[in-house]
Design a protein around this ligand. Structure first.
Ligand code: GLU
Length: 455
């Protein structure tokens, strides 16, 4: 059977690192198994959504390079891929549950439900009494209010073999009856996920371990609908130093924010894969997406959560930037909405320039300041740099250097080699380390204290 997995974000905010990580693990698993990766937008809870979030998530995923085989923008055999356009499927399946006597009408007001607070150690779910209403009472209430539909949780144990967590077994009735269809005709998350995963022929559900309890509800629904459930794999979470799940609302950890700060997809994906998965190759930390696909296995996903490590992400960003070519850099820069980037990308010397500076870029954004001196010869010195250049000693060195250059008929490689020899001689004559002279030369030529090798 062909592997089919899905990434199913709710459009409640920007795509954040945690969400991108779930998408990546699904992608890696699908592609390593020659399977399909599906994008489904879970947009039935209108109260939690914000304008433009779906487009934002799609554009972030696209920028990351996690291509899907079916999805809301490209369609597919099992569409539509937005839950808001699939309501008829949920209503149909609800009828089936009604016929089977697996659900009952619930007339409790949301006020009554939200005011319920369970006693210590007692069942956590709201004890709805509606299951014991008789037929006449149900008919009377139904003529006044449209009910929600609650699933009758049967007694018995639910057991599954999680591909990451191992065997999990729980008493289902501990959780109490839960709503599958709200009184406004919208399915709950549990119901929509099960109906969609079944209809879309999803073979593996790979998601964060914060969904573990939900899986119990989902398995109960599969049972009631007589559908065979997919395999489940619950990923350990990516957490902050305090052990809290990285919040969706943490704007600085959104993919958009990282992109705007000059991080590149290659680094973000590599970083995220290594939070939880290990390729098992000693001393190798830098991987391309293709390499990760060919090495990926759920068996190498650990059970412990990972603490978000910004410095490692930054390190990987530098590593990947030094490995990409000028064409890829141009493509990545074109995502920025700044006209000054256009001038850089279009510069006839861009390719040579990028190959020269790429090993000195912590983020893509630093290209801008290098470009000022390397492409546009616009050099602005700080007061401190100016003081150094103007000092008597520096002036003498610069005068000597100018003479040395002027003596060369042609400024070729040989001339540069001579210059280096002469710089070493000059610095020892002046009792200064060669480093000092090279730094001064770099400064006057580029306006920078760092950069590619001067020669
Ligand atoms: N829509 C859910 C979320 O954004 C994910 C559902 C799932 O993966 O089953 O958390």
């Amino acid at each position: 059977m062909k592997v089919r997995v899905r990434f199913a974000p709710s459009p409640t905010g920007f795509l954040h690192l945690g969400g991108a990580r779930t998408a990546l693990f699904n992608f890696l698993f699908a592609k390593s198994q020659k399977g399909d990766f599906i994008l489904r937008i879970e947009d039935t809870d209108v109260t939690r959504q914000f304008e433009g979030a779906t487009e934002e998530i799609i554009s972030s995923l696209r920028w990351l390079g996690l291509k899907w085989d079916e999805g809301p923008d490209i369609g597919g055999k099992y569409g539509p891929y937005r839950q808001s356009q699939r309501l008829n499927f949920y209503w149909e399946k609800l009828e089936e549950l009604k016929r089977k006597g697996a659900v009952y009408a619930c007339f409790c007001s949301s006020k009554k439900i939200s005011s319920f607070s369970p006693e210590e150690g007692a069942i956590k779910s709201y004890p709805c009494g509606c299951s014991s209403l008789d037929q006449t009472e149900v008919a009377r209430l139904s003529s006044k209010f449209s009910p929600a539909w609650r699933f009758k949780v049967p007694k018995g144990r639910i057991k599954w073999n999680d591909l990451i967590k191992g065997t999990i077994e729980v008493e289902a009735s501990y959780f109490g009856d839960f709503v599958v269809m709200k009184s406004n005709g919208q399915p709950t998350f549990h119901f929509a996920v099960v109906v969609d995963d079944a209809l879309m022929k999803i073979t593996h559900v790979i998601r964060g371990e914060d969904h573990l309890t939900n899986t119990i509800f989902h398995l109960l629904l599969y049972q009631a609908l007589e559908l065979s459930p997919p395999e489940f794999a619950h990923l350990p979470l990516l957490v902050d130093e305090k052990g809290n799940k990285l919040s969706k609302r943490e704007k600085s950890l959104s993919i958009r924010e990282l992109r705007e700060s000059g991080f590149i997809p290659e680094a973000i994906l590599n970083y995220l894969a290594l939070t939880g998965w290990s390729a098992g190759i000693e001393k190798k930390e830098v991987f391309t997406l293709d390499e990760m696909v060919s090495l990926f296995s759920l068996k190498r996903v650990g059970k412990a959560s990972s603490i978000f490590d910004y410095s490692r992400l930054k390190w990987l960003n530098r590593e990947h930037l030094s490995r990409i070519g000028a064409d890829r850099a141009r493509e990545l820069l074109s995502f920025f909405e700044k006209t000054s980037w256009q001038k850089i990308i279009d510069h006839p010397r861009f390719n040579r320039f990028f190959d020269l500076v790429k090993e000195n870029l912590p983020t893509l954004k630093e290209i801008e300041s290098f470009a000022q001196s390397f492409l546009f010869e616009k050099i602005v010195f700080s007061q401190e740099q100016m003081d150094l250049i103007k000092s008597e000693q520096s002036q003498r060195i610069l005068w000597e250097l100018t003479n040395m250059v002027e003596l060369e008929k042609e400024f070729n490689r040989k001339a540069v080699e001579n210059l280096v020899i002469n710089i070493r001689r000059l610095s020892s004559e002046m009792g200064k380390p060669a480093r000092f002279v090279f730094h001064l030369l770099r400064l006057v030529l580029t306006g920078r204290d760092d950069g590619p090798p001067l020669v």
